[in-house]
Design a protein around this ligand. Structure first.
Ligand SMILES: Nc1ncnc2c1ncn2[C@@H]1O[C@H](COP(=O)(O)OP(=O)(O)OP(=O)(O)O)[C@@H](O)[C@H]1O
Ligand SMILES: [Mg+2]
Length: 253
């Protein structure tokens, strides 16, 4: 067996390796074949839509584990750049926003519609039925949209390859739908990883650059938080639940 050059990311249910110019994401059996194929499908669709994404190579099965094989994109992530302190947070958030607007403007016809995707994920969230219903109704009351949404465009998932536009990795949450929902997903990732100040700064920058409405983005936040509960790790789950509680109380005022 060829040895991996290094482990890029390790999670309890998947590991990302670099093998020369290839990047391989190996899933444990807790992932269904459909989940892995959907992520691969999204990655291939992003390539066909012409957005900067690692090139899809193949799906392989070894000892019952599925692997997604794609091109390895060299470079630091936007998260690394933010942590280096060499650049202002706003300049980094502008890079994130520009990359997101480029993706959102691309053809999304090969992606699943957001309502179908989010409804399934909220269904698996483990939240009480009344809360699920409330969030699903909120989603149904919002404009559906037909933008190409990465669904988790966080600084960790954006690679500054130094050859043109930043490259977006991790397409498992992608969908065709509302750009405000996509902005809410990015807001959530920033809030959890970098804190509220960074999330609010992003919201300002994104809304100014896109013309999107701040309140609409924030109305999507609880829906997107619920959609991420299934499959999230303990710490993330705690943060999402706390945020959902706070958002519901805010909404009641
Ligand atoms: N093709 C690639 N080339 C280079 N680096 C990559 C590539 N794909 C992913 N990475 C890096 O590996 C990290 C983990 O990959 P990815 O986000 O796809 O895995 P994940 O475990 O599903 O992520 P998450 O924990 O964010 O859900 C990414 O944040 C990115 O920095
Ligand atoms: Mg990721």
């Amino acid at each position: 067996m060829i040895r991996a050059d290094r482990v890029i990311a390790f999670r309890s249910d998947r590991t990302v390796y670099q093998y020369g110019n290839r990047c391989v994401k190996v899933y444990t059996r807790s992932h269904s074949d459909v989940d892995v194929l959907r992520e691969a499908m999204n990655l291939a669709a992003a390539g066909e839509a012409g957005v900067p994404a690692p090139r899809f190579i193949e799906i392989a099965r070894q000892e019952e584990r599925l692997s997604l094989v794609m091109e390895y994109v060299p470079g630091e992530t936007l998260a690394m750049r933010m942590a280096s302190g060499r650049y202002t947070p706003d300049s980094c958030l502008r890079i994130l926003t520009q990359a997101q607007l480029l993706i959102q403007a691309a053809d999304a016809s090969c992606f699943s519609g957001q309502r179908e995707e989010l409804r399934k994920k909220i269904g698996r969230s483990g939240l009480e039925d009344t809360v699920k219903r409330e969030l699903t109704e909120r989603m149904d009351g919002m404009e559906e949209g037909d933008a190409l949404c990465h669904g988790d465009l966080s600084p960790e998932n954006l690679i500054l390859s130094g050859r043109g536009s930043p490259v977006a990795a991790d397409w498992k949450q992608a969908f065709r739908g509302s750009r405000e929902a996509d902005a809410a997903a990015a807001w959530l990732s920033l809030d959890m990883a970098q804190g509220r100040e960074a999330a609010m700064a992003y919201l300002e920058i994104y809304c100014r650059a896109s013309g999107a409405d701040r309140e609409t983005v924030m109305r999507w936040v609880p829906v997107m938080a619920a959609s991420r509960l299934a499959g999230s790790f303990r710490r993330e789950k705690e943060m999402l639940l706390e945020l959902l509680g706070a958002s519901r109380k805010d909404g009641e005022q």
